[in-house]
Ligand binder design. Structure first.
Ligand code: CAO
Length: 450
């Protein structure tokens, strides 16, 4: 007849009293050697206590929340016939004998045999030798390690669920099996995809935690305002570009003291032609000069990512802020236009954009974009690349600043530039060379003639 044996907490190292946080089996369950029976947790770690042998759970001797130590009775197990019919368990918890394998020793792959040395306190020794407690990550690591028992981890692993994506509803935010199931269910029902397109939440495709659903009205008065039509249309594309392009942003400053003086000198002449000669027109021309020098910035990555398509035309997109949202009309063949023509065209496309009269074709075919916030303010920002382009120049507000010229500080008008580029196509060194060259062109616009 099968023997019922006590299963006790084995040697768990230095821990004197640890809390039972999970009971992983129930009466009647058949367990195998190494099956996890309970999970215990100290201040520093959680670990699972495995079964020493195969058998049927007859009685569970503790409850969640109980404090246990080495030797505490876990449950009564009716060992399978031919399995570990160990000698009677000690009546009181006993320390594992010196000969019993310790936590630091590797656990044997096979369960303890029935001919275990009679001197060994059966349950404890069996437990310690059949399967040492499996420590989990230290609690210190919980910032980056999800808080879950080994069995839940195993469950998540089997389903291919990254526990970082799961919100734990257990005590201290511990992830429970039901939480893993809930995430799988929401992904399968498409809820995550919906969340992903509704906001920057996205449990999919990055397995991020679900976007918090907060009842803001609980904290104060609120008003819900619909996004504009343009925001709704462009949001998913901005999101796609932001998450799928490895952006690097290179910052630099151009000394535009002379250029600004030239612009002001030419303003009268431009006015006679009925146009406003803006810094932006010069920036478009300077960028074309730099793009000719660095063709990989006037390019697109071919689908499949094997080739880069270098474009031999220069269509510069310009971000325009409109009451309805951001649009990016394109100045075509900017290399073939003089700065006055570019200024005229910029004024025209900005007006059309603000009046909502741009046609779809006006916003297509761009090879490089400029986003200028210089008229508003700021010192730098990180523009999002306008795919399938591979780079975009952000322009912030110029400022007169003291600049050391080798002999003294001189007042110079400095223009901050923020170049974001696709690191799959452009190396960091090329990014820095591009902005260095661009700033030299802006500092001495005669370079654009070379
Ligand atoms: N530094 C200092 N002053 C600047 C400047 C700069 N970099 N750029 C423009 N200014 C000045 C202009 O000289 C002008 O001054 P005056 O009125 O005294 O002549 C004033 O700021 C306003 O300029 P503007 O904005 O009307 O004209 P612009 O040519 O600089 O820009 C446009 C045109 C269409 C780019 C701009 O109106 C715009 O919409 N910018 C926003 C783009 C945007 O939203 N980008 C964000 C993308 S990321 O979400």
């Amino acid at each position: 007849m099968a023997a019922t044996q006590e299963v006790r907490v084995p040697d768990i190292g230095d821990f004197k009293e640890v809390a039972v946080i999970e009971i992983l089996v129930k009466v009647g369950d058949h367990v195998e050697p190494e099956t996890s029976l309970i999970t215990v947790e100290s201040d520093k770690a959680t670990m699972e206590i495995p079964s020493p042998t195969a058998g049927v759970v007859r009685e569970i001797k503790l409850a969640v929340g109980d404090k246990v130590a080495e030797g505490s009775l876990v449950l009564m197990l009716e060992a399978d016939v031919g399995q570990a019919a160990s000698p009677a368990a000690p009546s009181a918890p006993a320390p594992a004998p010196a000969s019993a394998p310790k936590q630091s020793q590797p656990a044997p792959s096979a369960p303890v045999q029935t001919n275990a040395p009679p001197a060994a306190p059966a349950a404890v020794t069996s437990m310690a030798s059949a399967g040492r407690p499996v420590p989990r990550e230290p609690r210190d690591a919980l910032q980056t390690t999800p808080h879950a028992s080994p069995s839940v981890r195993k469950f998540a692993r089997e389903l291919g669920v990254d526990l970082h994506a799961v919100t734990g509803t257990g005590p201290k935010g511990r992830i429970q099996q039901a939480d893993v199931q809930a995430l799988v269910k929401s992904v399968m029902s498409g809820a995550s995809a919906a969340r992903s397109s509704a906001g920057p939440s996205s449990a999919s495709p990055f397995n991020l935690p679900a976007w918090p659903e907060v009842d803001f009205a609980k904290f104060g008065p609120i008003e819900s305002v619909a996004l504009s039509r343009i925001q709704k249309l462009s949001g998913p594309y901005l999101h796609r570009n932001w998450v799928s392009i490895p952006h690097i942003t290179q910052f630099d400053e151009a000394d535009i003291t002379e250029l600004e003086a030239f612009r002001k000198d030419s303003a009268g002449q431009a006015e006679k032609q009925g146009l406003k000669l803006t810094m932006l027109a010069f920036l478009v021309k300077a960028c074309v000069t730099a793009l000719k020098q660095f063709p990989q910035f006037n390019a697109s990555l071919e689908k499949g990512g094997e080739n880069v398509i270098i474009k031999k035309y220069f269509h510069i997109g310009v971000a325009v802020d409109t009451p309805g949202g951001l649009v990016v009309p394109v100045v075509r063949d900017a290399d073939r236009k003089g700065v006055f023509d570019v200024a005229k065209e910029l004024a025209e496309i900005s007006r059309l954009a603000r009046d909502g009269k741009l046609k779809a074709g006006d916003m297509q075919g761009g090879t490089f974009s400029i986003s200028s916030l210089g008229g508003i303010g700021g010192t730098a920002f990180t523009p999002i690349i306008n795919a399938p382009e591979v780079a975009i120049l952000g322009v912030s507000r110029s400022q007169m600043r003291p600049v050391w010229n080798g002999r003294e500080f001189a007042p110079r008008l400095m223009l901050p530039l923020s170049l974001s580029y696709d690191h799959r196509v452009i190396d960091g060194a090329a990014g820095a060379r591009f902005t260095t060259y661009l700033t030299s062109v802006l500092s001495d616009i005669r370079r654009s003639l070379l």
